[in-house]
Design a protein around this ligand. Structure first.
Ligand SMILES: *Cc1c(COP(=O)(O)O)cnc(C)c1O
Ligand code: SF4
Length: 361
């Protein structure tokens, strides 16, 4: 890390252990210490302030809870390690890979799917990066590299530049995606210097992670606008979280807000079956009714896919409300009204019929 950048000070000034919370919290600090002994805590100075005005939906994402020590769930629910041909690369779909370049973040979200690694396990070495690049270079079907972590933007600009230049030098890689929560949790990280780095390796997409409308501040809006102005499209992945955003009015405000700031709402993730996060999970029916409520109330452009990443490494599948009545086969719109669509009748011709007026010789 670049020791002088202001965003690093903001992280250092944050809350790193339950004891730092004593002035704010009337809780059993001893229990919280055992939680953070297992799953590290980090709330940087910026997000700590946002959290205080944002209230419970933001606090719940960040504050350690004794329930993290209980319940079911799996350490690596998505079997990312099984589908890992070399350390730090997960290759599940033919054309895309997930490339973990750091295990640190600017905050440690309590619901994180990679709870098993974030804030633990030390830095990713140059050798691991090189091995990842060698793998990507050796598999010509890889067109899309999703740089992930942790949060890749925890790395200094120079290191990001090095990694992006190695990826960009692979001829068959078409697009690079950077998965980062920085625009939300530490927007100061989106500095003019960083923008210059990202711009040089376009097409680069930023995949960010807003979960609640209260996460929008002047700073976060500015960071997203600067990215969009630099020709770096921003898409958003939200996790559906109990007590945070599991109702339609909240999600409606969120997706409208995203779109207004030129961020495409891409996914709403059903919470993964991750150890220590059970208290955040909702029923799938909750997500389905949110999607149903959004359709008809917001622009199609604001409609995210609601997806479930199957435990055991099955990959993501979209979860969609039924828009067809199973008994009658009729179509049902967002108001619950039924309609018919006359499909072409009979056998389909084997090919599209040639118009008779085109002369062939
Ligand atoms: C989610 C994911 C991707 C990217 O999936 P998209 O649907 O293209 O966004 C790639 N690899 C792995 C292992 C993933 O979990
Ligand atoms: S920023 Fe992302 S990777 Fe880091 S803890 Fe939060 S959800 Fe997990």
């Amino acid at each position: 890390m670049n020791g002088t950048a202001p965003w690093i000070h903001t992280i250092r000034q944050g809350i790193h252990e339950p004891d730092d919370l004593i002035p704010w919290l009337d809780a059993d600090i001893q229990t919280l210490r055992s939680v953070t002994g297992r799953y590290p805590m980090r709330i940087n100075g910026y997000f700590f302030r946002v959290m205080q005005s944002g209230g419970l939906p933001l606090i719940r994402q960040m504050l350690p809870h004794p329930l993290e020590m209980q319940g079911g769930g799996m350490e690596d629910p998505l079997a990312e390690e099984r589908d890992s041909p070399v350390p730090c690369v997960t290759h599940r779909y033919p054309d895309r890979v997930l490339f973990v370049v750091t295990r640190e973040c600017a905050v440690y979200c309590r619901f994180c799917t990679r709870k098993r690694i974030v804030g633990r396990g030390g830095p990713v070495s140059d050798e691991e990066i090189q091995n990842g690049i060698d793998y990507i270079r050796s598999r010509t079907e890889i067109r899309d590299v999703l740089v992930s972590g942790g949060d890749p933007l925890m790395l200094a600009d120079e290191r990001m530049e090095w990694i992006l230049s190695l990826i960009r030098a692979v001829p068959h890689v078409e697009i690079i995606r950077v998965g980062t929560r920085m625009p939300v949790v530490l927007p100061q990280r989106i500095s003019p210097e960083l923008i210059d780095v990202l711009k040089r390796f376009r097409p680069v997409y930023i995949m960010t992670h807003f979960n609640h409308p209260m996460e929008f501040t002047d700073e976060s809006v500015f960071a997203c606008e600067v990215l969009a102005d630099a020709g770096i499209p921003v898409a958003n992945q939200t996790v559906l979280l109990r007590g945070v955003n599991d109702d339609a009015p909240t999600m409606e405000l969120l997706v409208r807000r995203l779109l207004r700031h030129r961020i495409r709402p891409y996914y709403i993730h059903q919470a993964d079956y991750t150890q220590g996060t059970d208290h955040f999970r909702t029923k799938i029916s909750t997500g389905i009714s949110i999607i149903k409520a959004l359709r008809g109330r917001v622009s199609g452009l604001a409609m995210p896919y609601y997806v479930l990443d199957l435990p055991g490494g099955g990959g993501k599948i979209p979860l969609v409300p039924g828009y067809r009545d199973s008994a009658s086969g009729r179509f049902v719109n967002y108001r619950g009204e039924c309609f018919d669509y006359p499909e072409p009748a009979g056998e389909m011709p084997p090919a599209w019929p040639e118009p008779p007026f085109i002369k062939r010789n």
